[in-house]
Design a protein around this ligand. Structure first.
Ligand code: B12
Length: 237
């Protein structure tokens, strides 16, 4: 079966978009150009990859229906399991016999490093700008370690990066990179964003740093506010 890059993207979208997932293409070389050597992915540079995000609607469209068929006694993280279920199904359905390497955001290598850096992948794919300390001129944080955060143009911080799919047999020399929308352009707002994300992420306010089209439902917030160890109890109720 001959597969073109655009074909892969469209097929995956066909399977996953109605479930609340978004798909963005990138070349391995774009990702490897920004991360350090210890995080780089070992594929030829024009290799196609697709990054999968979950939008706020994923909770109602994929997770709640998925729970109905889940044996809650034998589950580790129900959200991760739901994402893996749908991605695996989509890959089997849309790319039979095709090599597809799937990496999830929660997977780590034997070195304990994440298999891929979700934020860098989302940025280079043009999906969500990854605001880092380096994006603030003469920043005020001194020696403090500040984690960076991606902001999606429609969902602000109300989304997650779930997976990276690599198609080792598909190369796309002609694909051109697309810049992610810079939705937090000012220095002041970037400082506010990084401070909210680092110092008060539990109040969710970093997610609303821009006006958003959609955010998590009250039910979804209640689920994520609950500590993981108590989430199963909540679901059983
Ligand atoms: C480990 C981890 C944590 C750790 C450490 C955080 C960290 N950033 O290191 C802890 C437990 C603290 C944590 C906490 C949280 N996390 Co966390 N975490 C991760 C995880 C699994 C790996 C991150 C990591 O190890 N990075 C390693 C460091 C070295 O990467 P880095 O700082 O980005 O450095 C790279 C870039 O700078 C890049 N680079 C260099 N130059 C340039 C230039 C450009 C243009 C670009 C694009 C890149 C780039 O190169 C560097 C590497 O060489 C990711 C999922 C994933 N697989 O990526 C989620 C993730 C970052 N976490 C996430 C979230 C939401 C959180 C929490 C809010 C909790 C939660 N889940 O709700 C808190 C908030 C943080 C806080 N205030 O404490 C989200 C962030 C979403 C977003 N919008 O950005 C992620 C992406 C998970 C997801 N599924 O969406 N987290």
């Amino acid at each position: 079966m001959e597969l073109t890059g655009g074909g892969c993207e469209e097929r995956l979208r066909r399977s996953l978009s109605s479930l609340g997932f978004e798909i963005y293409p990138l070349k391995i070389s774009w990702y490897n150009a920004v991360v350090s050597a210890d995080f780089s992915l070992s594929y030829p540079e024009d290799t196609l990859a697709l990054v999968v995000l979950s939008s706020p609607g994923m909770f109602e469209r994929a997770f709640q229906p998925f729970l109905k068929n889940l044996d809650l006694e034998n589950v580790r993280d129900p959200i991760d399991q739901c994402v893996a279920h749908h991605v695996t199904w989509a890959v089997r359905e849309e790319f039979p016999g095709q090599r597809v390497d799937v990496m999830y955001d929660y997977e780590v290598l034997p070195s304990r490093k994440p298999k891929f850096l979700a934020q860098s992948a989302a940025h280079v794919a043009g999906a969500a700008y990854y605001y880092q300390r380096r994006d603030v001129t003469s920043d005020p944080w001194g020696e403090k370690k500040m984690f960076g955060v991606c902001i999606h143009p429609r969902y602000g911080g109300w989304f997650a990066v779930r997976a990276l799919l690599v198609f080792p047999d598909v190369t796309l020399p002609e694909m051109l990179p697309k810049d992610p929308p810079d939705c937090v352009p000012s220095r002041e707002k970037r400082i506010e964003l990084l401070e909210r994300f680092n110092f008060s992420w539990k109040d969710w306010s970093y997610r609303d740093i821009i006006a958003v089209e959609e955010r998590y439902s009250e039910e979804q917030k209640a689920y994520f506010i609950t500590v993981p160890a108590e989430r199963l109890q909540l679901l059983k109720k």
